[in-house]
Design a protein around this ligand. Structure first.
Ligand code: NAP
Length: 286
C-alpha cells in the first residue's frame, strides 16, 4: 500500500517518520513547502507539489492539520484526484460534523476519522491512542497504517464517533492540566523540592500523563509545544458546541476556555498547555 502524509507539524512529522519505518510512506505534503522538502530529503520519499498529486500517487492519505476549516480545505483539494476505493484517514482533532462533511466530499473513497492522543511523545514513539469512526471494512483495511502510528486502536462506530471519543478525552485533559498547574504552584510556594516531588507523586494516585510529562515544564518555567494552547482552545470550543446540543454547559470546559483566552491575549497561544502554570503561579504572587 502506498501512503501519503499531509500536515507535517509537531505531530505529523513524527507520524510520517513512523509510516516510513513501516515501509508504507511514499509521499508527503505540507503547506509550508520547506517542511515537506526537508522531510522528503531525510526519508528519501517524494515531496508532492500539490494535494492533487498526493491523491493521484497513493492508495491512502493520512491528514494531520490544525483545525476544522483546514481539514475541509485539504480534503476539498484531495477529493477530485483521489483514486476510487482509496482511504482518507484524518488524524486531526475536529468536530464530528466536520468529519461527516469531509466524508461526503470524498465519495468513492473511504473516509475514517482517526484523531489521536498521546502528545508529541506518543507520535514520536508510535504509541498513540487512536479513536476511529467510519466503515468497519475500511477500518480493517486501514489497520496496518494505524498500527504503524499507535498502540491502542479502537473503532467506535460511524463517521464522527472517533472525534466524539477524542472530545471526551480533551475535556479530561482540560481539567487535569489545570489541576497539575494549580498543584505545582502550591508545591512551589511550600518550598518543596519539585523534581523529587514529580518523581514521587508521579507514582501516586493523583498522577496523570500530564503530571509526569508536563509538570517538568512548570519547574523549568519553559513551555515549548507540545500541544499548543490555541489548539486545545479549539478542541474545547468543539466540546462546548457538542454539549450545547444537549442544552448543557460544562464547567471544566468553560473554565479552561477562560484560562486559554487569557493566555492567548497575553501572546502565549503557541506555547504548550502547561503554560497554564503562568496563571496559577500568579495566585501565589509569582
Ligand atoms: P501544529 O504543530 O500547529 O501543525 C499543524 C499542521 O497543520 C502544520 O503542518 C500546518 O502547516 C498544517 N496546516 C494548518 N492549517 C493548514 C491549512 N489550512 N492547509 C494545510 N495545512 C495546514 O499542530 P500539531 O500539534 O501537529 O496538531 C495537529 C492536529 O493534531 C491538531 O488537530 C491537534 O489538535 C491534534 N493533536 C495534537 C496533539 C499535540 O500534542 N500536539 C496531540 C493530539 C492531537 P504549516 O507547517 O504550513 O503551518
Amino acid at each position: 500500500m502506498r501512503v501519503g502524509f499531509v500536515g507535517l507539524g509537531a505531530m505529523g512529522a513524527h507520524m510520517a517518520r513512523n509510516l516510513h519505518r513501516a515501509g508504507l510512506l511514499t509521499t508527503v505534503w505540507n503547506r509550508t513547502v520547506q517542511k515537506s522538502q526537508a522531510l522528503a530529503a531525510e526519508l528519501g520519499c517524494h515531496a508532492a507539489p500539490s494535494l492533487a498529486s498526493v491523491a493521484a500517487e497513493v492508495d491512502a492519505v493520512v491528514i494531520c492539520v490544525a483545525a476544522d476549516a483546514d481539514v475541509l480545505d485539504v480534503v476539498s483539494q484531495l477529493a477530485p484526484a483521489l483514486k476510487a476505493g482509496s482511504l482518507v484517514l484524518d488524524c486531526s482533532t475536529v468536530s464530528a460534523q466536520t468529519a461527516q462533511r469531509a466524508a461526503e466530499m470524498v465519495r468513492g473513497s473511504e473516509f475514517l476519522d482517526c484523531p489521536v492522543s498521546g502528545g508529541v511523545e506518543g507520535a514520536r514513539d508510535a504509541t498513540l491512542v487512536i479513536m476511529a469512526g467510519g466503515n468497519p471494512q475500511a477500518f480493517e483495511r486501514a489497520r496496518p497504517i494505524l498500527a504503524a502510528l499507535g498502540k491502542t486502536i479502537t473503532h467506535f462506530g460511524p463517521i464522527g464517533s472517533g472525534e466524539a471519543a477524542k472530545a471526551t478525552n480533551q475535556i479530561m485533559c482540560a481539567g487535569i492540566i489545570e489541576a497539575v498547574a494549580e498543584a505545582m504552584a502550591f508545591a512551589h510556594a511550600q518550598g518543596l523540592p519539585l523534581t523529587q516531588l514529580v518523581d514521587t507523586l508521579g507514582k501516586g494516585a493523583g498522577s496523570s500523563w500530564y503530571f509526569v510529562h508536563r509538570a517538568p515544564n512548570m519547574i523549568r518555567e519553559s513551555y515549548p509545544p507540545g500541544f499548543k494552547v490555541r489548539l486545545h482552545a479549539k478542541d474545547l470550543e468543539i466540546c462546548r458546541d457538542m454539549a450545547a446540543r444537549f442544552g448543557v454547559t460544562l464547567p471544566v470546559v468553560e473554565r479552561m476556555l477562560e484560562v486559554y483566552g487569557e493566555l492567548m491575549a497575553r501572546g502565549y497561544g503557541d506555547e504548550d498547555i502547561s503554560a497554564t502554570y503562568r496563571l496559577t503561579a500568579e495566585l501565589f504572587g509569582a
